[in-house]
Design a protein around this ligand. Structure first.
Ligand SMILES: [Zn+2]
Length: 209
């Protein structure tokens, strides 16, 4: 009798332990889901989006989205998810790789004897590249302000091409790329805008890099 009771007690204890483990697992799952949801958030940043868009176009954006969501994906899975041939996916990946925006690791498939490459977005590099370009422009603007004070420059609202007064006059205040009227922008306003954009990148950098 005594031993039986003991047994049932230990069973109960085991059950309790199991339950605890289950709860832990559930918690982990939720955490993972949140992180996944967030990683694709960086594409909502206009500067990051246009960096990728310039390199791989709209179809490549989908690939970047998948990589950000899954964090690390092998080429075959990527092709399946994108409903594309592996070679097409590879050519997009190489374009990104030329700019070092993605990294890979490879593993030998023992059964078939070939290498399987898995890819992920190199987030620190993404932030670095976007920020570098902004900082370069900020420096130029600050130099100009120092030299000439805050003058107006002319900017295309569509492609953001910028020029000084003489050049704008030459183009009859119309963007040579887009054909839309140029807008006059104060250099100090431009500088503050750049600073805000850099701060936004830095915020994402703290979160994800
Ligand atoms: Zn334009």
């Amino acid at each position: 009798m005594r031993s039986r009771r003991k047994k049932s007690k230990s069973k109960k204890a085991k059950k309790k332990k199991k339950k605890g483990k289950k709860k832990e697992k559930k918690k982990k799952k939720v955490k993972k889901r949140v992180r996944r949801k967030k990683a694709t958030e960086i594409l909502k940043n206009e500067d990051i989006y246009s960096l990728f868009r310039k390199i791989v176009g709209l179809e490549g954006i989908k690939l970047v989205e998948i990589l950000l969501e899954k964090r690390i994906v092998d080429e075959f899975k990527l092709a399946e998810l994108m409903e594309k041939e592996v070679n097409d996916v590879r050519s997009l990946l190489y374009k990104l790789y030329m700019h070092k925006l993605v990294s890979f690791s490879r593993k030998r498939d023992r059964k078939r004897g070939w290498w399987i490459y898995s890819w992920w977005v190199d987030l620190p590099r993404v932030f670095y590249l976007v920020k570098k370009e902004k900082l370069r422009r900020l420096e130029l603007i600050e130099e100009r302000i120092k030299k000439n004070g805050s003058v107006e420059i002319f900017e295309c609202p569509r492609c953001e091409l910028k020029m000084l007064y003489e050049k704008a006059l030459e183009n009859m205040f119309t963007c040579p790329n887009c054909g839309v009227p140029l807008k006059a922008v104060n250099l100090e306003i431009l500088r503050d805008r750049l600073k805000r954009e850099i701060a936004k990148i830095e915020e994402l950098e703290r979160k994800y890099a």
